[in-house]
Design a protein around this ligand. Sequence first.
Ligand code: NDP
Length: 452
Amino acid sequence: MTFDYDLFVIGGGSGGVRAGRVAAETGAKVALTEEYRMGGTCVIRGCVPKKLMVFASGYSERMAEAEAYGWNVVKGGFEWSQFWPNLRAELDRLEGIYRTNLARPGVEIFDQRATITGSNSVKLADGREFTAKYILVATGGAPFKPPQTPGIELAGTSNDVFLMEDLPKSILIVGGGYIACEFACIFNGLGVETTQYYRGAQILRGFDDEARGHIAEMIQARGVNLHVGCDVMAMEERDGQIWVKASNGDETVFDHVIYATGRKPNTDGLGLETAGVELGRHGEIVVDGYSQTNIPSIYAVGDVTNRITLTPVAIREGQAFVETVFNDNPTKVDHTNVASAIFTQPEYGAVGMTEEEAADQEEIEVYSAAFRPMQNSFIGKDERVLFKLIVSSATRKILGAHIIADGAGELIQMVGVAMKMGATKEDFDATIAVHPTMSEEIVLMKTPVRVT
Ligand code: NDP
């Protein structure tokens, strides 16, 4: 049987673009369709604009520190109207690069929505229908807001942040995960009066307990008005602002409310049921280790599969899919020990297990140091960094590493390499420190703070 395309990719985000480009480079005839902007969540309304906002918001703290180091800082407020066009321009530039990278090896791009009409066919919004030997679904995820909360339609999500033409004076962030904590720090750093409500006892559920406590303390010290064990009961529009009644009894008015209460895989209305593709409990596409669905010609990568919802993982999955299907080299992605960073201020980088997970599994030694780095102690700033290693008593291998410090995202990448190589505590001990740095502590922690 002949097909119009060897591969039809639905979704122009990190996973889809990588798979489409690399498949085309093997000589395959590839089409890719995207209903919004090329680049997906990461480039257009996620990692990239978020990180640029993190940079922008970090200057307020830097300026305060610079004064303590003797600089005469000319005080001036942050101007969203100056930053925002630059941000938009950068995203346009990146989108252009994505398009060029696809077009160069010959990927045909359709800027519209597509639905699956069968195991080897797709239909575009304009009515055209194509056949493909393989279909790759890489449609990502979308923010989820709890629909039952009265007034929920008044609240925005992370998607709306990147479309804001003005900076609010006050904001409420709801949630305690990656996105909520990052945005709370960003807005706080930009001078917005920032409140965060999290329904549980401590933010960042699933991360290391000691690190969670540390980060909560540090972000509050920087000015985020964090309420844990607190949720929104109702919202109403009042005089152009949003009145919020909280479960702790507070009634407060905010300029903006942003919900960062998780994301859901984008599988609605894609025609997956028509093709008989199996979905999981959260609407995610169920795939095997090769990203293949129960329909042999249909694969899925990235957030839509709800495995590890991180850009670099989606990219790896896209690459592995091409190796498997187009290079005759069956390749699985190793989803263990994936390092990630939460771009709070200070940042939190983590790889491997939490202390709690590791202790459940075997006897461990915990090495942990929380201290004021030289840069802070010189200016009397209380903010402490945290370096923590979880070590297997039996094998001596590092099972987990947790770093809270400015630049922790950069540091944890290197620890991730060591852990992938199976590094032991003795390998860390044998490494001579780089002095004076704060990260030297990671090779200098001699005595466990506890053995559990
Ligand atoms: P998360 O799943 O990390 O956090 C969702 C938060 O919302 C949790 O605190 C959760 O509480 C809370 N929540 C869920 N439902 C409700 C509800 N009905 N009412 C009140 N609160 C609720 O999702 P995010 O949206 O923050 O991020 C999604 C994913 O995106 C992350 O898991 C991560 O993989 C990725 N990401 C990665 C980043 C990075 O690498 N730096 C940055 C941003 C996103 P509870 O804990 O009680 O369930």
